[in-house]
Design a protein around this ligand. Structure first.
Ligand SMILES: Cc1cc2nc3c(=O)[nH]c(=O)nc-3n(C[C@H](O)[C@H](O)[C@H](O)COP(=O)(O)O)c2cc1C
Length: 209
């Protein structure tokens, strides 16, 4: 599947079909997660895969009444192995890099899951202390997110604000870019991509001659 399609079509799924996920699909998603960038390539993530119904039920009870999670056949607990990052990058590493590294891994996982036909949701609302206790997670390791995975049943697509709302030039909040006619950015973006696709297509044809 084209990257642009995966990025723009992925959405959080909270209703799942009663279908198991083959292990090789889950492992593909986990492997994709490990290809995320991380500060100093520290790879401070660890994934706990939960498939047993009894364990999933216990976890859902720790997730602030998000009972929809019960229908996800697989839950993945993404743990942030803090020790590794603290050793290399001290306070900034612990406060920022460690979390960012795991977040990058999670995004990779979600995108891969979508590419493989799965639905997913990133869950951040849970009782961390009780989850740690339940899963025997050692002191210096933080469960950072739970990913609910399964074959999705619904399509409740969220929307996004226009890109223009999120971009400044040269300094925070400065909206105009004097050198170019950039607003609305979404339009320039589309034009450039169309031109690029056209050029690539043309090159392809010429190469095949
Ligand atoms: C850090 C983080 C925590 C989240 N926690 C929850 C959660 O506890 N429960 C939930 O249903 N969705 C949760 N979400 C999913 C967001 O609600 C969802 O990504 C957002 O509404 C955008 O929708 P989309 O994923 O369909 O594009 C979380 C997302 C992030 C990034």
């Amino acid at each position: 599947m084209e990257l642009d399609k995966v990025i723009k079509e992925r959405y959080s799924v909270r209703r799942f079909k009663k279908l198991e996920i083959p292990w090789y699909i889950v492992s593909e998603c986990l492997e994709a997660a490990t290809y995320a960038p991380s500060s100093g390539n520290v790879q401070n993530w660890h994934f706990i895969v939960i498939k047993e119904k009894e364990n999933r039920e216990k976890i859902v009870k720790l997730c602030e009444e998000q009972y929809w999670m019960l229908n996800a056949p697989v839950l993945i607990i993404v743990c942030n192995v803090l020790t590794k990052v603290r050793r290399l990058f001290d306070v900034r590493g612990e406060a920022l890099y460690a979390v960012q590294n795991c977040a990058a891994a999670i995004e990779n996982l979600l995108l891969k899951a979508y590419e493989l036909g799965l639905g997913s949701t990133w869950i951040g609302a849970f009782n961390e202390t009780e989850l740690k206790e339940m899963l025997n997670i050692p002191g210096d390791i933080r469960p950072q997110a739970i990913i609910a995975l399964g074959y999705g049943q619904d399509f409740e697509k969220t929307t996004r604000e226009p890109l223009d709302n999120f971009v400044s030039f040269e300094e925070y909040g400065k909206r105009e870019d004097k050198s170019r006619n950039t607003f609305p950015i979404s339009e320039t973006l589309k034009k450039n991509i169309d031109t690029l696709k056209y050029k690539l297509g043309k090159n392809d044809k010429e190469n095949k001659k």
